[in-house]
Design a protein around this ligand. Structure first.
Ligand SMILES: NC(=O)c1ccc[n+]([C@@H]2O[C@H](COP(=O)([O-])OP(=O)(O)OC[C@H]3O[C@@H](n4cnc5c(N)ncnc54)[C@H](OP(=O)(O)O)[C@@H]3O)[C@@H](O)[C@H]2O)c1
Length: 252
């Protein structure tokens, strides 16, 4: 049974990806992680429709190495291998913690930068560190993390959003660096990429949607289908790169 691990599956794009994967074929299995899976109404709905063994969940906090390591042990007991691993965690704003994208240098706060790096860059690094060895030994395996176009240094013509841009750029560097090691170890079977989903109607983009033309704002279900199609079409030569939802590479 093809098995996906989807991190950050409690809401937003991660939840939409779970549903899209489960809808692709009847024999598929998804292991969904969230910080507190029991508190996700969306996962509970999916659980009612699919249930075990097609959908199971594991708690994982991407900002804690101990939590990621613990989740890896549980997932290793649940399955022999993972065909696709998708890390979805992302932090752009968190009003409760006073995190808001910076407009100017004077808005930079060390704690906010650190928190953004913890979720957006260190988290995906930990996911690769702990889960790459569950990819199939001698067949195609994909380990992807959701990135963002604003992480591209060459594409940055607007400025602002220091923490989000810098942490996503760091995430992309980790993807490229890990891809080199994984290609060597797996003899080309393992593909490690970043994926830009486009602008998608989730809590992350919600405060910024006023500036987005309605035709450019995708529903999570639509974005999830696009991303799965990009993953399906990846070849070993694509490893290390970042692709948008239409499959076009984004320059670093
Ligand atoms: N939406 C967009 O327009 C857009 C555009 C470009 C890129 N992206 C990227 O796409 C990805 C998904 O974003 P989204 O739109 O689905 O955002 P969202 O609805 O705000 O969801 C954020 C996700 O990040 C997870 N997360 C945050 N902190 C975490 C932690 N410490 N440990 C584990 N998980 C944590 C959340 O899990 P909990 O439920 O446990 O909080 C949730 O699943 C992000 O990487 C984002 O940067 C989104």
């Amino acid at each position: 049974m093809p098995t996906f691990l989807i991190q950050g599956a409690g809401r937003g794009l991660g939840l939409a990806l779970c549903q899209a994967v489960l809808e692709t074929e009847s024999s598929i299995r998804v292991i969904a992680t969230a910080r507190d899976p029991d508190r996700s109404d969306g996962l509970a709905e999916l659980q009612k429709r699919w249930g075990s063994p097609h959908l199971e969940h594991v708690a994982l906090d991407i900002t804690s190495q101990r939590s990621v390591e613990h989740a890896r042990r549980i997932v290793g007991d649940m399955c022999d291998q993972l065909d696709v691993v998708i890390t979805c965690a992302g932090l752009l704003h968190d009003e409760q913690r006073g995190i808001w994208p910076e407009k100017k240098l004077g808005d930079i706060k060390a704690d906010n930068l650190a928190q953004s790096f913890a979720v957006n860059a260190i988290g995906p690094a930990l996911m690769i560190r702990y889960f790459h060895d569950l990819l199939p030994k001698s067949e195609r395996g994909v380990i992807a993390s959701l990135s963002a176009r604003v992480g591209s240094i060459s594409d940055n013509g607007l400025g602002g959003w220091y923490a989000y841009r810098a942490s996503k750029a760091a995430q992309n560097q980790i993807t490229q660096t890990a891809s080199i090691e994984l290609r060597r170890r797996s003899k080309g079977h393992h593909i490690c990429v970043g994926l830009h989903p486009g602008t998608v109607d989730t809590g992350l983009s919600e405060p910024f949607q006023n500036h987005v033309p309605p035709t450019q704002l995708q529903a999570p279900a639509t974005a999830a289908k696009h991303l799965l199609s990009v993953i399906d079409n990846l070849t070993p030569d694509d490893t290390g790169r970042v692709f948008d939802w239409a499959g076009k590479p984004i320059e670093p």
